[in-house]
Design a protein. Structure first.
Length: 173
């Protein structure tokens, strides 16, 4: 090899080493930002759903837990794959869109002023947002709007003061 070729090979190996170190630092950072972005989007979805449920209840005077606010439903859900329901009451459920978008269940005459939200899409992991509406019937429990988070398992119970595990959630006021 000539001296020129040796200098060129040294420069190329320095650049490759530098790029390797840069990517070693950059890839985990970007992956963390992606997780944070998913978490932020899931929490924002929970907040929007909770606000829509509160407005529905304020306008209609009915709890969104059955056709007449009668407690016949255990949970409501959005679009997407249903999360594993470790902590969700396994009773009957219905779509959030029925109450918040279509107004088809609420038999409340002119008091339904929706739609209160656009059709409820899946959370950032492709799973349904869920709301434990059976909690409306119990004074010591509150309904949670929940995303199961990355693991896909709902761990939060209605009487919890904050979400459990990696669940993301907002209580309905």
């Amino acid at each position: 090899m000539t001296r020129k070729q040796i200098v060129h090979a040294t420069r190329v190996s320095i650049v490759i080493t530098g790029l390797s170190l840069l990517f070693t630092w950059l890839i985990p950072t970007l992956a963390g930002e992606r997780t944070d972005t998913r978490t932020d989007r899931a929490l924002e979805g929970c907040r929007r759903i909770a606000a829509a449920l509160s407005q529905y209840q304020s306008d209609t005077g009915l709890r969104p837990d059955g056709p007449l606010g009668d407690g016949s439903l255990a949970w409501l859900h959005g679009a997407g794959t249903m999360p594993s329901p470790n902590a969700i009451d396994r009773g009957p459920g219905d779509s959030l869109d029925t109450f918040l978008v279509a107004g088809g269940v609420a038999r409340c005459g002119d008091t339904w002023a929706g739609p209160y939200i656009r059709p409820v899409a899946a959370d950032p992991w492709g799973r349904a947002f869920v709301v434990n509406v059976r909690a409306y019937a119990h004074g010591d429990e509150r309904p949670w709007v929940l995303s199961a988070g990355p693991d896909g398992v709902i761990e939060t119970r209605a009487n919890d003061v904050e979400p459990r595990g990696d669940d993301l959630g907002v209580p309905v006021k």
